[in-house]
Design a protein around this ligand. Structure first.
Ligand code: SAH
Length: 380
């Protein structure tokens, strides 16, 4: 199964880009893209592809809508380049059970008389359903994104859905009543469980809560982190900054290899998870700060030996990078989810006297047009 016809929704769904040919084709396209952007700076290794590129995502997101013509509630994904929702009840890059849970919730919405949110007039209750799962597939977390925190028959709903799917360990109501394309709002209420699930990555356990960033493809993430560890080549005396650290995953797998890790992350929930995760795994030489990475590093006075940075798609900013230069950081391991912003940031660091290693692209997002790349920047 490698071709478009295996995804019955390919033509109407805007989620993936490459289902019109086999997986190898999409990997070649990504190789071309990274080569064009990064070869001017040095060697680019072959893309590390997935052996089995299906069902890799640990996070399923569905939009909920009402079809007025058919008088029918349904769930699906945004069509390409549009806010129209295509009716889709399974996704072959997402988890099977996560999709079953979504379909069951849509069914229950009918009996519980929960209305789908209408983007045009702002009426209705449920906007999106997000289901996250761990790699072992024995823990699932449901986030119902609602327009109003008053959620009728909460207890009964929880009882019915958890009886049907005992693997659901957490249900969270996330309130989003803004006119926005962002899925999640700020306010949350845990209506079942402790608000998170636990995934195991490189021998450590990580609690993930509804609003925290967590890599969507844990199988490939292990390769990304291993590459970052190899390039960092840490010494037991090193103090490492894990910038844009999310729930602290990279820093925590590096902590046993160095003296100390400092993690910085903007999202307060992710920082809470990170602190909880360090305790849980008994990693004692790591500390986390909730801050903008550029503000944090500007104020940080102690010596840093190595910086690991894993910024969002927009990349880092000149304030952050110029501070690294000023501080004379010798080693920077850059983990990037966007080769365009990576090329821009690499160019800047090279102009400031850094040299880059070869580039290691890893296909963390099969069938989409995204690609992850790891590279070391160093200077004497
Ligand atoms: N290293 C983590 C997370 C990478 S994703 C992992 O491998 O899982 C990028 C992270 O950067 C997200 O958690 C996001 O919340 C955070 N972020 C975005 N802008 C930031 C900023 N200006 N300062 C610090 N963190 C930021």
């Amino acid at each position: 199964m490698t071709k478009a016809e295996n995804c019955p929704f390919f033509r109407k769904c805007g989620g993936c880009k490459y289902f019109h040919d086999d997986y190898a084709y999409s990997v070649r396209q990504k190789q071309k893209q990274v080569n064009e952007l990064l070869k001017p700076f040095g060697q680019v290794y072959p893309v590390l592809a997935m052996e089995d590129p299906f069902r890799y995502r640990n996070k399923a997101i569905a939009q909920v809508r009402y079809d007025f013509r058919k008088g029918q509630l349904f769930s699906g994904k945004y069509a390409a380049g549009s806010h129209k929702v295509a009716k889709i009840n399974d996704c072959i890059i997402e988890d099977v059970k996560a999709n079953q849970i979504i379909n069951e919730i849509v069914k229950l919405m009918k009996s519980f008389k929960y209305e789908a949110y209408d983007e045009d007039n702002g009426r209705g209750l449920i906007r999106h359903i997000v289901v996250r799962n761990n790699q072992k597939q024995d823990q699932y977390m449901v986030t119902l994104v609602v327009s109003d925190p008053r959620f009728p028959s909460k207890k009964n709903f929880v009882k019915v859905i958890t009886e049907k799917f005992p693997e659901i360990k957490a249900i969270v109501l996330n309130v989003n009543n803004r006119k926005t394309s962002a899925v999640l709002g700020d306010r949350e209420e845990i209506i079942y469980g402790k608000g998170g699930i636990v995934d195991r990555l490189l021998g450590l356990d990580f609690v993930i809560s509804s609003k925290s960033f967590y890599q969507v493809n844990p199988r490939q993430t292990e390769h990304i982190y291993q590459k970052a560890i190899a390039l960092a080549n840490l010494k037991p005396t090193d103090r490492v900054l894990d910038a844009y650290c999310g729930i602290g995953t990279i820093g925590m797998v590096m902590a046993p290899l160095c003296k100390e890790v400092i993690g910085v992350e903007l999202n307060a929930d992710a920082v809470k998870d990170a602190i909880r995760n360090a305790k849980f795994n008994k990693v004692e030489n790591i500390r986390f700060y909730r801050d903008d990475a550029s503000d944090f590093i500007g104020d940080y006075e102690d010596k840093l030996d190595v910086v690991i940075m894993d910024p969002p798609r927009s990349g880092s900013d000149e304030r952050f990078l110029s501070t690294l230069v000023k501080k004379g950081i010798k080693k920077i391991v850059y983990v990037s989810c966007n080769p365009e912003s990576l090329a821009r940031d690499i160019q800047y660091l090279r102009e400031q006297g850094y040299k880059n290693s070869a580039f290691y692209p890893i296909d963390n997002f099969p069938f989409t047009d995204h690609i992850e790349t790891v590279v070391l920047m160093s200077r004497l």
